[in-house]
Design a binder for this molecule. Sequence first.
Ligand SMILES: [Zn+2]
Ligand SMILES: [Zn+2]
Length: 419
Amino acid sequence: MYFYGISGSNKIGGSSYFIKMGDRKFLLDMGLDPNLPGSYPKYENLYRKKLLTSMGDLDGVIISHAHLDHIGSLPYMLKEGKKVPILTSNATKILGKTLLLSAPKESDEYIEIFKKDEIESIFSLINSTEGVIEKDYQINFYDSGHILGSKMTEIITKDERVLYTGDFSLKNMITAKKIPLASIQSPDILLCEGTNLTKNMNSYINERLGFIRYANKVVANGVLLIPAFALGRTQEVVCLLKNAMKSQLLKRVPIYVDGLSIEISQLYNQLGINVLDEDVKIASKRFYETMDNSPKIIVCSSGMLLQNSKSYLYAQKVLKNENNSVTFVGYQDKKTPGFKLLYQKKFNFKANINRFSFSAHGDENEIFQLIDRLKPKKVVFLHRNLKEDEERELEKRLVKIFGKNIKFYFPKDGEELNL
Ligand SMILES: [Zn+2]
Ligand SMILES: [Zn+2]
């Protein structure tokens, strides 16, 4: 297999990888990265390197899941690539389209990169949600335990078997299906995400119990505002809160959802995961305007309090009272108001600020477990954010644990590998 990392190899964001197996050429994910010029990966490099003459030369585009860093630049395929099969899960097709259409409305910090009709036409072209069997290759999807609809992709030719994990987790999420590890055969090459490489997270159960205990303290007297990513995190947190109320670990108070989190939660309901029900209300404009400090929980996007998103607007009110809390449940980018509030305490506030880890990515332990179970011959780490010395250190540990039978690769963006 030939591998060329266009973007998202040694960074998190704007994932897109070109692979060639025999004569077959595939693109794995087409993400967005607001930090790149034009916000999308440099697909032109594929022409410059003579890997393609146009996007139309591809045999397929595979989208692992609906987060914008994996699906956000899919409309680029309208440029000469309209006839290329786009493969993804049904849930990703539905969630991804809504996210792409609605994200620019969410906050001042999202830019509109593609037009509404471009987004609509590319999503109408998605032709398989199940994988494919062709004469000389086969593509299978497996649940990846990250968010609703997230998939690992297996590509098999007569010569080799490749598994691309996309974003994955081995944890038992409420809103994402577990990886069916027993039914996946050992790949020759594992293209593995490494968001949490070198991190060992607090036990999943302890973190969630700690979160519920804390929530219970806050709602004894005040408002708990939880800024959460619209897709995935909102639904997982809401379902956890509901379960805790049912099992009486958490006092029953009203739960409200607002922002883009509403639209995405409605789609979860349509896709068979009950997020919104009689216990979880959709916040109205009037609710926001007349909101007081009586006990309640508000879960809403954006997760990083982006300027003028709903969570940002609620925070202005919630932060004024010492009985309230703003509790983060996801990653905060350095430039965001969320980061400034949580780590630099940059605003005037009386409320309590807290954070809990709900990572939907496997930590180092889980990544090692996956490698141990799948026993690939080669592992390529992508979607990772490590310094070079950390990588060397990690490589040494990997060799110690797995011996010399597995080879490990840490390509940089723009690097190619012949594997
Ligand atoms: Zn993701
Ligand atoms: Zn990702």
